[in-house]
Design a protein around this ligand. Sequence first.
Ligand SMILES: Cc1cc2nc3c(=O)[nH]c(=O)nc-3n(C[C@H](O)[C@H](O)[C@H](O)COP(=O)(O)O)c2cc1C
Length: 325
Amino acid sequence: MRLFLAPMEGVVDFQMRQMLTDIGGLDACVTEFLRICDQRLPRRVFIKLCPELEHHSKTQANTPVAFQLLGGNPEAMAYNAAKAASLGAHSIDLNFGCPAKTVNRNDGGAKLLQEPERVHNIVKAVRNAVPSDIDVTAKIRLGFKDRSLGLDNALAIAEGGAQQLVVHARSKVDGYRPPAYWSELRPLREQLSIPVIANGEIWSPEDLQRCAEQSGCVDFMIGRGLLARPDLALQIKNPDQHIPWQWGSILPILHSFFEKGLTQYPEKYCGNRLKQWFMYLQRSYPEAETFFDKLKRLRSRIDIENLFVQQALAHNIKLSYDNKR
Ligand SMILES: Cc1cc2nc3c(=O)[nH]c(=O)nc-3n(C[C@H](O)[C@H](O)[C@H](O)COP(=O)(O)O)c2cc1C
């Protein structure tokens, strides 16, 4: 079984990929999407989105990172895919699942799923533009308005030459409302000769088990579930050895994440990424709720640092995080 960390724009950036792949259990991850209109983007744009390009496209835990592009113009997608490959990407992922209005209005993301032929042409153009040793993969939802074109799009992608397909088991209109329609992945899995990776609404090992049974898939991509439980991939991969982490193991990771982010943002925004992560963590840890109640009002570095120290003392937790790297 392979487990992938899902791309999440504005959330799973370089630093988050680093944190989660360091924790372990993940086989690969994907950048946030780079939106392509019809321009040729310069090197700095690629490196900013994916600093791992300068490290063989791997995180420091040696986990491969695929570079994700989004757009509806085959030539522009092909050109920029070739550029990403020339900068060191080993895998180009094409995003046909984004539900955002601005993206869909500008001819990109899930909107393209209404026209499987266009999806096919984009995949084919990109496949032809990058060297054969570079994988071209795609990520879709099951459809745009409804889920009726899921198989057509999947076949269009496979016939376009993609090496792998991730399917978020919902339509654009389904948004993020549970359930995810795992059983609707089964025909895709059965009819495609490339791997089909199941995605959507996997929050626990039990969810993954049910997803496997219903979809027939053997590989999975997880997004929000890994933010809610950073050790979920370890739990899934080593059910007998891994004891699920308690808050005492999570707090030092959050502290390290906060400290690493300090150089990235102006001070008044220094807690923003941390606050965002807490939105997910509250689902799994009652302590995260108490912490977030206080954190949400804080802006300065020193106040947030003090909160970490207070919470560590209150729960008898050491804040130093040794990720062995
Ligand atoms: C905040 C947010 C940002 C996302 N950004 C991307 C993205 O950049 N590219 C992409 O292919 N999917 C993106 N997605 C979709 C996720 O990769 C994934 O398909 C979705 O969250 C369902 O999986 P999950 O239930 O495991 O979270 C995003 C989802 C969220 C919630």
